[in-house]
Design a protein around this ligand. Sequence first.
Ligand code: DHB
Length: 392
Amino acid sequence: MRTQVGIVGAGPAGLMLSHLLHLRGIESVVLESRSRADVEGTIRAGVLEQNTVDLLVETGVGDRVKREGHQHKGIELRFGGVGHRIDFDALTGGRAVTVYPQHEVLVDLIERRLADGGDIRFGSTVTAVEGVTGDAPLIRFTDASGAEETLHCELVLGADGSRTTTRGLVPETTVRTDHAKQYPFAWFGILAEAPPSSDELIYANHENGFALISTRTDTVQRHYLQVDPTDTVDDWSDDRIWSELHTRVDGEGAQIKDGRIFSKTVLGFRSFVCEPMQYGRLFLAGDAAHTVPPTGAKGLNLAVADVYVLAKAMARYFATGEKDQLDAYSATALPRVWRAQHFSWWMTSMLHRMPGAGGFDHRRQLAELDVVTRSVAGRTLLAENYVGTPLF
Ligand code: DHB
């Protein structure tokens, strides 16, 4: 088998690159170890930056996000039992975010790739990637029927998520530096059949820990609680979850609405960046290259920004043979990655309770939230980064 770009992973980065390349007349094959049902059914975060929505719409895959996504023109930061609105519309000149679950973006991209004759191999496990420092890389994989196949290509995208194997092809220490930060907590995520508790997302700082009120539809809500990283779903009964959500969020202008919980998950929490994001003809994008903690919902948006840069650089390479933009990929993409790292870390540090933190730490946090929400400059800084700065 032969193609121009071999793509490992059918997540946001892999599928979006395949789509953007197709629009520029470049062929790719996407290899994905999971089944289509698994990819399309795994629940992830749900906030799309304005840039991401614009790119989906401009490239012809935005009909459903426009129709079914919920535009949010602000969020509420809640602390000391009082809500403070961050008005994106006024602070960013009319920009907004859209609540539309990540797996729905994947459904839309897969449908479009297949309609355009795209080649996505679900159930295909990559066993080796060879020759990325030469001119003729190849990807060995076992397909869904168990047959061994070889895909020859000119460029390789490693977009296989945070449990990536492609990142390991970049030699550690001599070429690659990993920057990682752990956090002493996790998020407990639920989906519940209930009416929305609020028109906009609520990010709540409370002495018991952080809580986030989000939404999916008029009848399904998505909420998160800061928990101990060793907690499991069995530690949290429905009663305990609702009681804790009420404690952390209810107050002036907010009252959480209970419902039947039908999904519980514990989400890991980590900041990570691998530098560089290129090794010869291998390019890393999305979680294969970097992970953000979920506060701020930057993960999918960063993956899309990475491949936006790569699609242009790859198009230039295939049209002219020039590798300058390809070789500038890390330098082009990393400043945005680090800005998103800073924003996600900042939101996390401002809103979560650090284990062992005392009265001073909590009061300092409240003062920071007060500084940010009281000042137009503070609110603007938060709003600009939340809705996302222009792509490049
Ligand atoms: C959601 C997830 C986030 O990480 C966030 O910051 C906001 C919303 C969500 O899944 O709805």
